[in-house]
Design a protein around this ligand. Structure first.
Ligand SMILES: Cc1ncc(COP(=O)(O)O)c(C=O)c1O
Length: 255
């Protein structure tokens, strides 16, 4: 389910000449170390060369423990691979860990050669993502971005919004996590409905059987989510505790 593999229109293959080697996730979202080791191809002309381990944190709202990130990236490095983290929701992971979230984000990022971070999800900027890495890697990335048509001379105004998000909207992600817990708790006790306890700001609700038209009915009542057998509800900067309360009312009625 990794975004870089599944949800980017095959861009890695088309633009990067990469043949991805997807690995099935464990229930906690991690890739088993033995599976990673087994997927690294031998140095043999028959195989595509294995070059990079790419992880995503959070994945489906699940937080990967720092011990796991250390073990997985150590394994990759020992085997001569680069390491990249799709950290679109890196700060949600950092806030879910104990302690200062900026230190947590740094600790996570330290394990990887490159990290991408998104400012327009929980951090609430209108648009924008960044790639973080060594000066040398970023210089190469800028060239690739230019080739792919991504150069943008007017990016400063977007960067200002991203900086605002970085300075003002990180700690408050804890509010989104608390709201997600409230939402999951609010759905407890409904027959055929199982809200998984959220680790961050996403609530997945398993439903027994298909419920045609449910997402549309919820949308008409002001609750936006995706899914048929499983609903995905996400809390963020623009969703208050009162909104969550109202959403629970609507969900209980429709479910
Ligand atoms: C590159 C990348 N990674 C991860 C995500 C986050 O996916 P999710 O909303 O499932 O956390 C996105 C979302 O657009 C993304 O563009």
């Amino acid at each position: 389910m990794a975004h870089t593999y599944r949800w980017e229109a095959g861009g890695g293959a088309v633009l990067g000449s990469i043949q991805p080697q997807p690995i099935a996730h464990q229930p906690d979202g991690t890739l088993a170390l033995a599976d990673i080791a087994a997927a690294i191809k031998p140095d043999d002309q028959h195989f595509a060369r294995t070059r990079l381990l790419c992880l995503e944190n959070t994945l489906g709202g699940r937080v990967m423990p720092i011990e796991y990130l250390t073990a997985a990236t150590d394994l990759a490095r020992d085997r001569g691979l680069g390491t990249h983290l799709d950290g679109a929701r890196l700060f949600n992971a950092a806030v879910a860990m104990d302690g200062d979230p900026y230190a947590g984000a740094r600790a996570i990022a330290d394990r990887f050669d490159t990290v991408s971070v998104c400012f327009s999800k929980g951090l609430g900027a209108p648009v924008g993502s960044v790639l973080v890495g060594s000066g040398e890697l970023i210089a190469r990335a800028r060239r690739v971005r230019k080739m792919a048509g991504g150069g943008m001379r007017q990016a400063g105004i977007l960067a200002a919004a991203a900086l605002h998000a970085l300075e003002h909207h990180v700690e408050r992600l804890a509010d989104d996590h608390a709201n997600a817990r409230r939402l999951a708790e609010g759905l407890a006790g409904l027959a055929g409905v199982h809200a998984r306890p959220p680790e961050t700001n996403m609530v997945f609700v398993d439903l027994d059987g298909e419920r045609p038209g449910l997402v549309e009915r919820l949308a008409a009542a002001g609750v936006l989510c995706t899914g048929i057998y499983e609903l995905r509800l996400v809390t963020h900067l623009d969703v208050t505790a009162a909104d969550v309360h109202a959403a629970v009312e609507v969900l209980r009625r429709e479910l």
